[in-house]
Design a protein around this ligand. Sequence first.
Ligand code: TPP
Ligand code: MG
Length: 359
Amino acid sequence: MSAVLRRSRKSPAKDGPAARRDIPPGMRPPPLEPMRNPGLSRARLLDMHRFLRLNRVLEDQLSALYRQGKIVGGLYSSLGQESISVGTACALEPGDLLAPMIRNIGSLLVRGVPPLSLFLQFLARHAAPTAGKDGTLHFDDPGRSIIGPISVLGTLIPVMTGAALAARMRGESRVALTYIGDGGTSTGDFHEGLNLAAVLGLPLVLVVENNGYAYSTPVDRQFAVDSLAERGPAYGIASESVDGTDVLAVYAATQRAAARGRGGGGPTLLECRAFRRRGHAEHDDMWYVPRDIVAAWEQRDPIDRFESFLVEQGHATKGDLRSVEENLAAELDETARQALGSPYPPPEETLRGVYAGGD
Ligand SMILES: Cc1ncc(C[n+]2csc(CCOP(=O)(O)OP(=O)(O)O)c2C)c(N)n1
Ligand SMILES: [Mg+2]
């Protein structure tokens, strides 16, 4: 604690982001560690690989639809961060409460949300989870223990603290997991939600996706700590920082956090370090991001890393992994076609489910 108190704040940069030449150390990829299997079977490893690939192929196809003007809402890429969504969601039990944010399409896929529902949702069709009223991931799915995202950053944290409390009051052994970005950690709700979970000793796993930027704000303008995991001790809770491009490290850390929560050890703050390799959303060409930092993170691609691991460990051949990608691309092409042929909502749908007492 005294080390934290003694540390003086780094002197603020004088230039704006575009003029910046120095790359903050916290934005560079962490030292490369070899991937380690935390005891998963070959089938389970290949399952995780399939979800990572599904996440990427799906987002590639959504991006193509956006460029064709067929998706008119926001589209938020998780390129290079798929390992965080997939690794965390795979480490939970099916009944654990999971609240994704807008870059966590991979978590929804792991929970079994069909790619067709996701295409329909982004294309705002009548058969979509929100019947065409929202064009991103703002929906829940109680049957899959999924709590919907909230656009106001940080707000999901107290909601998930409440969900964990409700589960405990009902005598259910359920962990609650949600995500927040590096920028979202600056909100009051981050503090209030995490502190309340700490005080009540609730099984909350808060995953911080530290991806270098919050829109155009780089991490050194957002906080002065080296790692957001340093905030854990301030709340009196466990915390950990992992390389978010290593799906197995993310999985293992989430499992440790979930086990701690289930065993009465309270919440965990889990920082996953990665990089937002595309703009904030598809409309943003991220002119403010130095290209060499993007190139450095491209070398840390989570799927390339995991595929090399699977081949080196003899779990798959390069050919096997290529077929997974080709088959998924063909499958999703067909799914996208089906969604494009699906009708838009009729006008009377507009007010349905909007006001209390309506049908
Ligand atoms: C409380 C609040 N402030 C501002 C916004 C507008 N906003 C939406 S996303 C975003 C950037 C979020 O950055 P970060 O938390 O790092 O997540 P990332 O986009 O990098 O995944 C901002 C400022 C918001 N939705 N909620
Ligand atoms: Mg961010």
